[in-house]
Design a protein around this ligand. Sequence first.
Ligand SMILES: *[C@@H]1O[C@H](CO)[C@@H](O)[C@H](O)[C@H]1NC(C)=O
Length: 286
Amino acid sequence: MHSTTVLVAAFAAAAYATPMGSGSWGSSSTGYESATWTTTTTSSYASGTGSWGSGSGSYSSSTSASVVPNPSPSSGVVAELLTADSTVSRFKDIQKEIDAGDVNLKFDFNIAANPPPAMPGKGGQVDLANRANFPILTDLGISAAAIFFNPCGLNTPHIHPRASEFLTLATDNNLLTGFVLENGLTTEFNTTLTKFQGTVFPMGSIHFQQNLDCTPAVAIAGLNSEDPGASSIAQNFFALDSEVIDATLGFPKQIDGSNFAAFKKAIPPPLVNGIEECLIRCNISY
Ligand SMILES: *[C@@H]1O[C@H](CO)[C@@H](O)[C@H](O)[C@H]1NC(C)=O
């Protein structure tokens, strides 16, 4: 059941409100697990003790051997699509690009199909389909992400400057999520998702997701911009001038000129290992 098919299934579930195949949702005694998904499962990721991406015991090699990298559109393609006179002429261009193998109609979220992040985090990986790497999104105002969490993996607090996000957990896990809206309402909104449950993060809100389990988790998110962007709060705050940071923080005794660089350097790239309670419970060194 745990397989790349789960991702496909999550999209299918989002796209079609009606049952698929011969199975059924909800209260029927014919559970969808046996009736629908398992029949389409072709490959599975190893049982729950490994991790996604760059962690130990990576799953990336256990996904189907047919995973090929998503094509990188050649330069100028998106610019051309952005200036098309009409949607019809834009899609005629897209058709030509598809025929040339420059653009795909399908985006592959498998880790192996996506370039590794410049600074890989220990907690997992986010694969985002946006206008730049999936140009068919041009002018459609939508994008999507798959988030692969290692055991305990934390997608650290960040904002999307141009999109709200609807995130759904696709695997059998517990995923703690939370957001702070903006000045004027800074109490944290939080909830814990289980399999096939989703929640929303309003545009510009500071939000995070924390896998509470000792097994990997996968979430799928839709964002209402083809170029949602992301800004990691801690990482980017400490990219500012140190004098400004020091003053903003009220000149804390713990950070000053002598250790500021070391403090800044110690901030890991997202996704990070996870909260301490989880790491201890799952016996993960940090
Ligand atoms: C959830 O939010 C409340 C405030 O609304 C906060 O007190 C609590 O610590 C949060 N819980 C978690 C687990 O983040």
